[in-house]
Design a binder for this molecule. Structure first.
Ligand code: PEP
Ligand code: MN
Length: 337
């Protein structure tokens, strides 16, 4: 349930309402809007009686939240969440580009890519040190060595670093190197992992599972939020359909739908979303036009030699061209790159 306070309700009235909510064994989440304050209630499982709440002074009305996700919902928190990280705002006017190799393979590969994506205007360097691979015989990532290389690339370029964490036990280690923790599509419903990153002190990018609905994605975000981490962003990375010409089907409609349902920033991943480098630029353009707050793109200096996802990785020159083309589209929809 949410409580809508009257316009001009005083701080004392808000404090009184939150104190009552806590007395009833519930949690109160305050969201200060331009005109009025909204207080979201996370219940204790028992139904709440609206009448006594509506009698409290300063309360205009109560509204039940029928959706299963609460903290993630826009009803609960009408204003967009903006995640501020070292001067980069994710979810604000600027479209944040995260780019880099699928996997960290070597110092040369990572540093060369980091310099190129930085020069082209990316704000975040991506690169997997722990890779979720379909085959146990495929390259599994460099582990901590990869994290160290990411930290070195951050040191040199000033880029923020995003990297995947696959196991709850590794959350402290990965957090000690990364600026943003990535939860991969295959881990979206690993609840122990969601719990662990919910307690981490780093922002989290949660990727949509390849066979998950938007509601399941938002329920997974709810796990992270409900464990205390409110710096969560969602990522549409394509879902599995019957179409074999593309690796996945990037669900462009999910971008505005998620923005409508939730206040969390939404990132689009046209690399995994298509699986083909030729399709990355047109689908990235569509994602920006459809309202994505950021784009995740795989870039490799020599895609033909990549140890993972070479077919969908852009060469440096093509990434720079993509960046040049995204700027005018961002401006056309009232954003900037
Ligand atoms: C990745 O970002 O390299 C990755 C493994 O993505 P996903 O979890 O979306 O497959
Ligand atoms: Mn990849």
């Amino acid at each position: 349930m949410i409580i809508v306070m009257k316009q001009g309700a005083t701080q004392a009235q808000v404090t009184n309402v939150t104190a009552r909510i806590e007395q009833w064994g519930c949690q109160a989440h305050i969201s200060e809007g331009e005109e009025r304050t909204i207080i979201g209630i996370i219940g204790n499982g028992r139904p709440l009686d609206r009448a006594p709440i509506e009698r409290l002074s300063g309360v205009e009305r109560t509204v039940p939240i029928l959706r299963p996700f609460k903290l993630a919902s826009r009803d609960f928190h009408p204003k967009d969440t903006v995640i501020d990280l070292n001067g980069v705002s994710i979810g604000g006017d600027q479209i944040v580009v995260m780019a880099g190799p699928c996997a960290v393979e070597s110092r040369e590969q990572l540093l060369e890519t980091a310099r190129v994506v930085k020069a082209a205007g990316a704000k975040v360097l991506r690169g997997g040190a722990y890779k979720p691979r379909t085959s146990p015989y495929s390259f599994q990532g460099l582990g901590e060595e990869g994290l160290k290389l990411l930290a070195e690339a951050r040191e040199e370029t000033g880029l923020l670093v995003i990297t995947e964490v696959m196991e709850p036990d590794l959350v402290p280690l990965v957090s000690s190197y990364a600026d943003i923790l990535q939860i991969g599509a295959r881990s979206m419903q690993n609840y122990a992992l969601l719990h662990a990153v919910g307690e981490a002190q780093k922002p989290v990018m949660l990727k949509r599972g390849m066979m998950s609905t938007m509601e399941e994605l938002l329920m997974s975000a709810e796990y992270i939020l409900s464990h205390g981490n409110n710096r969560v962003m969602l990522c549409e990375r394509g879902i599995r359909t019957f179409e074999p010409y593309t690796r996945n089907t990037l669900d462009v409609s999910a971008l505005p739908m998620l923005k409508h349902l939730s206040h969390l920033p939404v990132i689009a991943d046209p690399s995994h979303g298509t699986g083909k480098w030729e399709l990355v630029e047109p689908v990235a353009r569509a994602a920006v036009a459809a309202g994505a707050d950021g784009i995740l793109v795989e870039v490799h200096p020599h895609p033909e030699e990549a140890l993972s996802d070479g077919a969908q990785s852009l060469k440096p020159g093509r990434f720079t061209t993509l960046m040049n083309h995204l700027g005018p589209i961002a401006e056309a929809v009232g954003r900037r790159l």
